[in-house]
Write a protein that binds this ligand. Structure first.
Ligand SMILES: [Zn+2]
Length: 433
């Protein structure tokens, strides 16, 4: 890595300020930021292919488990971030929507998988295309004549992005109950899309790791059998993507951003949190609250007289915080979830799960949504000479950084878009022109 002396001096001054302010940027990140790569005519934007592949529910430590040699090789060939974290709520929909909009739930309309939407009587999955209220990368790249595609294994991901991409795949065949297509079919669909339309940008979700994780009763034990099988298989499928890009002459022009949308935690059946009994026993709350179960998190809503809101929310917070297995109860506004995020978010402790309407409702052992499931892998790699190789950084990157990073690569003026993430320019040697 070569950094000019002037950039180093400038970074040293900035770095001191960041340390005093407690800013999240690491010193190295700040230096690299100061040394942002310049435009390089050797790299053509028209030639560039960028693929964002979400390994749904992958834990960072699993990359080096020995079960994922292809992924591990890709990590070695790129820039990886050891302090990457999902955004709240660490569930599938909010983190995929954060990746494609570059803004948090309060601005993009999808702060959780399940939520109460104003004007609607029921808590429901935020899976409608109209639920996203911010521009996505698909529209932004479309304005710049970049052909886009979405190949997403889960039904609700397919539906929430709707027809925004130029090409989209209705995931099939579906595994009953899990509402997702196996990775082998998802990768078949991606390769077919590449052959048919050669999209310059594709957004991909591989759902097997997450879906297997949810039902894996051995997950928390020393030998998580199903996990072992699925990690190895998803790695093979990722390898097929790389091989296809090589075989079709695209590898040298390809940038891959590989990340997860959340991690995974496992609970045992008696470690379940439900607020129903405590809330129903309270005369102020009974019949005047709603709950949206989001794995290890519960969104709590006051739906009674608005004049009583402050008192009721304080009561809910006190009752919820007193329950066994509750890590913390946070005002939703503090997590930038917006109105759909409710009044309060209950987060369970590691090894527990949240369940609603009662303790018997959420039966699955694997779960996410709480703090322990925030850390994620985040890697910029690929065959393109644009990729900075063999670097590991401590920057606190987020799924929010995906949209500005991809936009920057394709020459979209990023500053004007008011992203809450930032372009990870330090992962690149140059900006294409
Ligand atoms: Zn997920």
């Amino acid at each position: 890595m070569s950094i000019s002396r002037r950039a180093l001096l400038r970074a040293a001054a900035v770095g001191t300020g960041a340390a005093v302010a407690g800013g999240p940027a690491s010193a190295l990140g700040t230096i690299l930021d100061a040394a942002a790569p310049g435009a390089n005519p050797r790299f053509s934007r028209a030639d560039l292919r960028c693929y964002v592949v979400v390994l749904d529910g992958l834990r960072r430590g699993e990359i080096s488990s020995g079960l994922m040699p292809r992924l591990q090789e890709l990590v070695g060939q790129g820039t990886s971030y050891r302090a990457a974290q999902a955004v709240y709520i660490p569930e599938t929909l909010p983190n995929h929507v954060a990746m494609m909009t570059g803004v948090r739930g309060a601005r993009n309309g999808v702060p959780a998988n399940l939520a109460l939407v104003r004007g609607e009587a029921e808590v429901r999955t935020l899976e409608r295309a109209s639920d996203i209220v911010a521009p996505t990368l698909f529209e932004v790249l479309g304005e710049h004549e970049v052909r886009t595609a979405a190949v997403l294994s889960k039904k609700y991901l397919h539906s929430v992005f709707g027809d925004r991409p130029d090409s989209t795949w209705d995931p099939a065949p579906q595994i009953p109950e899990s509402d997702h297509a196996p990775d082998v079919f998802t990768v078949d669909a991606l390769l077919a899309e590449i052959d048919a339309h050669d999209p310059r940008f594709a957004f991909v979700n591989l759902g097997d790791i997450d879906r297997m994780g949810h039902v894996d009763v051995t997950g928390a034990g020393p030998r998580p059998v199903a996990r072992t099988v699925v990690l190895a298989d998803t790695d093979r499928q990722l390898g097929r993507v790389v091989d296809h890009l090589r075989d079709t002459g695209r590898w040298g022009r390809s940038v891959l951003i590989l990340l997860a949308d959340h991690s995974m935690d496992w609970s045992v059946p008696h470690q379940v949190v439900s607020v129903r009994a405590a809330f129903d026993a309270d005369p102020l709350l009974r019949g005047r609250y709603a709950v949206a179960e989001n794995g290890g998190a519960g969104l709590l809503y006051w739906i009674g007289d608005p004049a009583a809101r402050a008192r009721a929310v304080a009561r809910m917070a006190a009752l919820a915080a007193a329950l066994d297995g509750v890590d913390r109860v946070v005002p939703s506004g503090r997590l930038e979830l917006g109105e759909r995020g409710g009044d309060l978010v209950l987060l369970v402790e590691a090894g527990w799960r949240f369940s609603d309407p009662g303790v018997d409702h959420n039966k699955i052992p694997g779960t996410h949504g709480h703090a322990v499931t925030l850390p994620i892998p985040f890697v910029v790699t690929g065959g393109s000479g644009l990729v900075r190789r063999g670097v590991e950084l401590g920057d606190a990157v987020r799924p929010l950084d995906v949209a500005p990073t991809v936009a920057w690569l394709f020459g979209v003026p990023v500053a004007a878009r008011r992203y809450q993430g930032r372009a990870r320019v330090e992962a690149f040697t140059a900006q294409p022109v």
